[in-house]
Ligand binder design. Structure first.
Ligand SMILES: CC(C)(COP(=O)(O)OP(=O)(O)OC[C@H]1O[C@@H](n2cnc3c(N)ncnc32)[C@H](O)[C@@H]1OP(=O)(O)O)[C@@H](O)C(=O)NCCC(=O)NCCS
Length: 171
């Protein structure tokens, strides 16, 4: 069994080790890292899963974005589950819970780069087909977006960029 909790500052080092394990050290060269540069994660949506014994099993973070300099969005990622605990439902639980929280906080749409076969169950569709772009190379089929309310993808297209102002507004 596991619990979903807010990430604490003291979790950061353990999360870095988990991310290295899941994505390798070359993860920093990915286009999503370019987008996240100079951003802080949205703290209300920075969550971990812990075992009953308190071991950190998984992490998820989100980041504030703008699409086409007009529409707010949030970037999901990275999500990582400890290899020895993958396939136990932790990833699905973390994504479902965090997307519900994001909706409650008033966020309208979620963007990510990931396997469509995994993410379509959460409502993700092709972002490239809607005319969204990323400022770097990305495998077209893995560039995805999900609405958090009806109509939230209508008219949303253009270049995706980080939105540091969203953090400033949070204060
Ligand atoms: C991808 C990841 C987050 C999924 O979390 P998880 O806790 O292992 O997954 P869950 O147990 O919640 O879900 C398991 C289901 O997802 C499916 N699944 C897992 N990874 C998948 C993938 N890459 N593509 C398609 N389906 C996938 C499993 O087949 C299983 O399907 P089922 O429910 O039909 O049996 C996790 O495996 C992980 O951290 N992997 C390494 C890092 C990574 O790839 N992160 C995502 C980057 S976009």
């Amino acid at each position: 069994m596991f619990k979903i909790l807010s990430e604490k500052p003291q979790d950061a080092a353990t999360i870095e080790i988990l991310l290295d394990e899941c994505f390798g050290k070359d993860r920093f060269t990915k286009t999503v890292y370019t987008v996240r540069k100079n951003l802080f994660p949205i703290w209300e949506l920075s969550l971990v899963a812990r075992s009953d014994e308190g071991e950190l099993l998984a992490s998820i973070r989100y980041w504030p974005l703008l699409v086409g300099n007009m529409h707010d969005a949030i970037l999901l990622g990275p999500i990582a589950v400890q290899p020895s605990h993958q396939g136990e439902g932790i990833g699905v639980a973390l994504i479902r819970y965090s997307m519900e929280q994001a909706k409650k906080l008033g966020h309208k749409r979620v963007i990510l780069v990931g396997d469509p076969e995994y993410y379509e169950r959460f409502g993700f569709v092709s972002a490239a087909d809607l005319g969204l772009e990323l400022p770097g190379p990305v495998e077209r089929r893995r560039f995805l977006i999900a609405p958090l309310e009806e109509g939230a993808l209508d008219g949303v297209s253009g270049m995706v960029s980080g939105n540091p102002a969203a953090e400033m507004m949070r204060g």
